[in-house]
Design a binder for this molecule. Structure first.
Ligand SMILES: Nc1nc2c(ncn2[C@@H]2O[C@H](COP(=O)(O)OP(=O)(O)OP(=O)(O)O)[C@@H](O)[C@H]2O)c(=O)[nH]1
Length: 351
């Protein structure tokens, strides 16, 4: 009989640090993983960022499946089960499967699906990791700048998103066997402890709550069997609401010339006028051999040069930009795209 393959689930709100942790895990563990990367937005930036870490090159993509449908928990039958089957069929030598859920996915339906008859003889759920943005939790919310963002929507008399964000956050943490507090590098000891206590009290949690410094943790918590709690098991038979935080996303490609400094300055200016939840993508700067990776959470801008896979979009002979933008409503995304077209020396807009 075949050995069952362990499955590791990584969850956490948008921008909490899931891909950063996954990249660390892939680089540091000497294992062959199959990966399912679920993203919100039609351009797979996260998948591109993990390809180089997983030892897969462009000709070996069978071990990474990218699902850009925003919510794996809603497409279990159509996407998730076939993805698990395909990983197992094409990569009989994988030692574990890692699922990075989108920041909007409710982990419970996914966890329950791992027990479906079609796949449960081949795999088993090993550990659920919940990641929390430590910097934003200092302000009392899983999202950076939530107050500013909700003020904007209150003014527009739109919707109150707090309830569903809280529910999503709660479910992500309730089912976790390990909680990682990201951005521990920018927290002092007192701040880390206060967030840890808050999580412990709120969720009556006895699971390990660890510091994650740019994804770095002690990996014995992932691979040491004795430390695992199977915390999700107590929720497995419960009926849960399947309400979602309503978000929208769009993407933009532009041909333009800017350097790194100018880009960061201009984008900070745009973001001082418009609140956007999450932006990711890359820009190609003329004469630079590597693209500049762009990661923005709230107003926090992070950039670095790193290769992108050969099959991703690139401008032909000039500089260019490709961004995925995620927000609570399309109005602010449209405003954002309009602004960057005005501010940057755009040559043409590509769709
Ligand atoms: N300083 C610092 N930055 C971090 C840390 N973890 C993540 N980040 C940054 O936070 C941003 C978002 O991190 P990601 O790992 O892409 O977050 P994510 O949860 O995968 O985001 P989504 O895919 O949008 O849900 C990036 O700019 C990261 O470099 C950390 O521990 N410290």
């Amino acid at each position: 009989m075949n050995k069952r393959i362990p499955v590791i689930v990584i969850s956490g709100f948008l921008g909490s640090g899931k891909t950063t942790f996954l990249r660390y895990l892939l680089r540091e563990s000497n294992k062959k993983f199959g990966l399912i990367i679920n993203e919100f937005g039609d351009v797979g930036i996260d998948g591109d960022l993990v390809k180089s870490c997983n030892g897969c090159d462009d000709s070996d993509e069978g071990c990474i499946i990218e699902l850009n449908n925003g919510c794996l928990c809603c497409t279990v039958q159509d996407d998730f089960i076939p993805s698990i089957k395909s990983l197992l069929n094409f990569n009989p030598d994988i030692e574990a499967i890692i699922i990075e859920t989108s920041g909007l996915a409710l982990p419970l339906p996914l966890i329950q699906a791992l027990n479906w008859p079609e796949i449960r003889t081949s795999i088993y759920l090993d550990v659920v990791i919940g990641i929390v943005n430590g910097e934003s939790m200092l302000k009392g919310s899983p999202i950076n700048d939530l107050n500013e963002i909700t003020n904007q929507y209150d003014e527009l008399n739109k919707i109150d998103h707090n309830a569903s964000i809280d529910e999503l956050f709660e479910e992500q943490l309730e089912v976790s066997d390990i909680v990682l507090i990201s951005r521990a590098d920018v927290l002092n000891e007192k701040e880390f402890k206060s967030i840890k206590n808050l999580i412990k009290e709120k969720f009556n949690s006895t699971v390990p709550i660890l510091k994650s410094l740019n994804g770095k943790i002690d990996l014995k918590y992932i691979f040491d069997i004795d430390l695992k709690k199977n915390n999700y098991k107590k929720f497995i038979s419960e009926e849960h609401d399947h309400n979602h935080v309503e978000l929208v996303s769009d993407s933009v490609k532009l041909n333009y010339f800017l350097d790194k400094k100018e880009f960061e300055k201009e984008i900070a200016n745009v973001l001082s006028e418009i609140d956007i939840l999450r932006i990711k993508g890359r820009i190609w700067i003329p004469k630079k051999s590597l693209p500049l990776q762009i990661q923005i959470v709230g107003k926090k801008i992070n950039t670095w040069y790193e290769e992108a896979p050969l099959n991703c979009w690139r401008p032909i002979d000039s500089g260019g930009l490709e961004l995925v933008i995620i927000s609570f409503d399309s109005e602010s995304i449209n405003k954002f795209i309009k602004k960057i077209k005005e501010k940057f020396k755009v040559l043409n807009v590509l769709k």
